[in-house]
Each structure stands twice: as C-alpha cells, then as structure tokens.
Design a protein around this ligand. Structure first.
Ligand code: XBP
Ligand code: MG
Length: 254
C-alpha cells in the first residue's frame, strides 16, 4: 500500500450532523417563505435523503411525494430559487452556531495537519454551506486547512457517482491509494469506493441502517480520549477513538 498522503472528508453527516436539525429546517423555512404548504418531517426527510443534492432532492419530492403540486412552466428555475433561499437560511443558521462539529473531528484534523498530511473535502452540498460550517463551527480561517474543497455542482454527477472524489484526487495530483475517505452514508461510500478510496464510516441517526459493505471500519463516531467510540464493523485493535495512528493502520490494512 502507498504511503498515506491525504485525508478526504465528506461534510454532511461526517464533519457535522447537519441534516435533521440543519438542512431540513432550512428547506422548510424556504418553503414557508415561498408561501408553499410543504413541510418535510424528520421521517419524510429520511426518505428524501435517498437523493443527494438539495435541488435534486426537491425534484425527487415533487416526483414521488407531491405529484399533485401544479408545477410552474420554468420548473428548474423555480427549484433553483427555492434552493437559493434554503441556502440563505442554512448559512444563517450556521452563522448563529446552530450546528457543531461532530466529536473528534477537530482533533483528527489537527493531528493530520501536525503530521503534515494534506486535507480535502468532497461533498454534495453547496460551497457556501461548506465555508459557513468551517468558519462558524470549526475555526475562523479553517477553510485554508483544506487544499481542495470539491463541492456541489462542480461535477456533473453527484454522489453516489464517484465524480466528486475523482475530481478532488485529480486536483491534488494524488492516486486513490495515497488517500483515505471519511463518509457517513450509503451514497457516500458508493461514491468513495467508486473512486477506489479506502473509506472510514461514522454513522448518524439517518444512516445507522445503511449498507456499508466495503468500509475499512464502521464507527458510531470518531470519539475523543475518554469518550470512546463503538466499533460497529471492522477491527480497531485497542484504539478507543479515531486517531491518526488508527487511520494509518486502516489505510495500510489489506
Ligand atoms: C449531503 C447532501 C447535500 C445536503 C444538502 O452532502 O446530499 O445535498 O443534504 O445540501 P454530503 P445542499 O453528505 O456529500 O456532504 O442543499 O446544498 O445540496
Ligand atoms: Mg454525508
């Protein structure tokens, strides 16, 4: 196995638990602002997460859960307008500190930086959302920690397609075997494995039952010293939290 040179992180569900209490709320605020009686409950949103990308998710909702809605002629523009409003609400929520980073994320990022490893992001969410999360939940100026931020519409096909990961690898000039990915969902691991990246999974409320076949390990969280993770699948040896030593061990494992 090649030497580990870079860590590539998914955002939503991995860096922070953003979906139920973040994106979902922002969607509902945008619908209300537009005078629509659409309300995405926690349960419905869990079904809508089958589709990545906020614009794509709105269309999936109309096609599968609200076929009675009288669609405007310029449907793409209508959806884009709703999504722009949703992004405004979401970034405003992040600016108020609504969503924290998940346990262990900042610690691992700083361990990797101290060891000279390169960092990147591969996410389906909108670039503004990434910068708002990093600036307000991680650290001011932490956008600079990431050499590449591959986000949203930068690629033609969103997760589960591998495009967002292959784009990041190309930009970094790295081979998949020199990197490792961090994900939270089935769509995410299909994307990272599709790019031939070893992948570490931390589940969340919406993805606990997902199929993570092919993962290097499945954890309930990254954990912190004294706040041990639970290993759901795979072998963490005697590690109690996801630190750089365990990441390197998982990367080297055959
Ligand atoms: C998660 C997604 C995104 C968010 C909503 O992305 O699928 O679409 O749910 O964000 P990832 P947008 O797990 O790859 O970070 O509305 O900006 O798409
Ligand atoms: Mg995710």
């Amino acid at each position: 196995m090649s030497e580990l040179k870079a860590l590539i992180f998914d955002v939503d569900g991995t860096l922070a638990d953003t979906e139920r209490d973040g994106h979902r709320i922002a969607f509902n605020k945008a619908f209300a602002e537009a005078g629509l009686d659409w309300e995405w409950s926690e349960e419905l949103y869990g079904q809508l997460l089958a589709v990545t990308g906020g614009k794509e998710r709105i269309r999936y909702y109309l096609d599968n859960f609200n076929t009675a809605f009288e669609r405007p002629d310029a449907l793409d523009e209508f959806i884009a307008g709703l999504h722009k409003s949703k992004t405004k609400h979401y970034t405003q929520m992040l600016a108020k500190g609504a969503i924290p980073m998940r346990p262990g994320v900042k610690r691992l990022l700083n361990e990797a930086r101290a060891a000279g490893l390169r960092l990147a992001i591969s996410t389906t969410t909108t670039p503004e959302n990434v910068s708002a999360l990093l600036e307000h939940a991680l650290e001011k100026g932490s956008m600079e920690w990431f050499e590449v931020i591959a986000a949203g519409d930068i690629v033609p096909a969103k997760k589960p397609a591998p495009d967002i990961y292959t784009w990041a690898l190309e930009k970094m000039g790295l081979k998949a075997e020199e990197c490792i990915a961090f994900e939270d969902s089935r769509n995410g691991i299909l994307s990272s494995l599709g790019a031939e990246l070893k992948t570490i999974i931390t589940i969340n409320g919406y993805t606990a039952e997902d199929d993570f076949s092919g993962a290097a390990i499945v954890l309930d969280a990254m954990g912190e010293p004294g706040q041990a993770f639970t290993v759901i699948a795979g072998d963490a040896g005697d590690s109690e939290c996801l630190d750089l030593e365990l990441v390197k061990r998982l990367h080297n494992a055959s």
